[in-house]
Design a protein around this ligand. Sequence first.
Ligand SMILES: NC(=O)NCCC(=O)O
Ligand SMILES: [Zn+2]
Ligand SMILES: [Zn+2]
Length: 480
Amino acid sequence: MAKLIKNGTIVTATDHYQGDILIEDGIITGIGLNLEREDAEIVDATGKYVFPGGIDPHTHLDMPFGGTVTADDFETGTIAAAFGGTTTVIDFCLTNKGRPLSESVQTWHQKAEGKAVIDYSFHLMIAEINDEVLAELPSMIHDEGITSLKVFMAYKNVFQADDGTLYMTLLEAKKHGALVMVHAENGDVIEYLIKEALEAGRTDPIYHALTRPSLIEGEATGRAAKLTELANSQLYVVHVTCEEAVQQITEARNRGVDIWGETCPQYLMLDQTYLEKADFEGAKYVWSPPLRPKFHQEVLWNALTTGQLQTLGSDQCSFNWKGQKDLGLGDFSKIPNGGPCIEDRFSILFSEGVGKGRITLNQFVDIVSTRSAKLFGLFPKKGTIAVGGDADLVIFDGNAKRTISAETHHMNVDYNPFEGLEITGEPVTVMSRGAFVIRDKQFVGQAGNGQFIKRGTYVSSSSRVNPLIKETAQGGAPHV
Ligand SMILES: NC(=O)NCCC(=O)O
Ligand SMILES: [Zn+2]
Ligand SMILES: [Zn+2]
């Protein structure tokens, strides 16, 4: 049955106007004033915003990590995402050295199929480059539609790849139209600092932060940016936490490097002192890179305001405090890294960003949805409100007041890092391809309704490509 959303304030990354939206077969087929359609179900959005559904470019659902598996899988994680206004997630498909990429992709499909309530896609981790990987990559990108490749510069002996692997991944990505993503920290130095701390008897959660200083996040970010410049390729830096990394991204962008940066709600809202909480509560706030001293928060907000950082990921990677985080009692290096943010990403950005005058409504939509759609090959099917696009929509009450709490959240985890935070704004109704997933704040979706989305290849935004750098005929390392 057709649906007609009436009288909402439609907001995209560029516009903001009153209008109605007609939806047929999951697609937006009309936008205008006073639309009429006899057989359509009317959805009243008077006094509410209508936003494109959020796109979360950074999730880890059902992921084995740190000797355990994340508390949220594709069912609980996507239900929570939908409650929070997100209608697409892009999850990281882990790979194993010496094993085919296709095997890992298959494993990730099995995790998601029949469970996801909203649409999803995958980024592909690259742990090594060898003949098998080189042979498989083109079909991963062009046939499987997995057009972003993730390289970890940290987690030594677990996920970490060396600089040669990163450089070759950048070259391959350029050749085949993929976007390379990096976790930018210097894993070798961190390994040394952790060993030194533990030998000195420093075992509490705060030492997780103190053994991962911002200086080496900046160093790794700068190194990745320079390798990108050398390869004349494209880079997206995940979970940027600090001034040093923002500086490196800004400088590289000013040199014309095609580089993008993401931050996360936790780095905007929480600081390093949370890791000092008594009775091992600090473990709830163990992320890598870690929470930073407070002044970095304003740097990150400014970077979103000015466009030096462009997206907000949740880095959803939830572990229960009791039974999972406590694997690291007596040894901070064994605390599973990560936290639950998939549900609150969208509303925190609205409340703290738009509500506090740091970003405009259009910037909000760009950061929470449109920019990720463009960078990751989903636009214009997703990430905006346009005729012909998927009806992934959020009807949002911009005046609702509420308090974030584990008592009321929908993530499958026993704490919320933003417990007690008072925010303004709440998703009321959420649609995925025209079907209600959340209706009047109630879940009405169905596990398995979410579809895997094959994504388009990376399209460079030409203004950021350095005209002084010329590609070789093979698309390889540049001549300057
Ligand atoms: N960020 C984090 O602490 N956990 C998830 C894995 C990653 O993104 O590095
Ligand atoms: Zn990471
Ligand atoms: Zn992550």
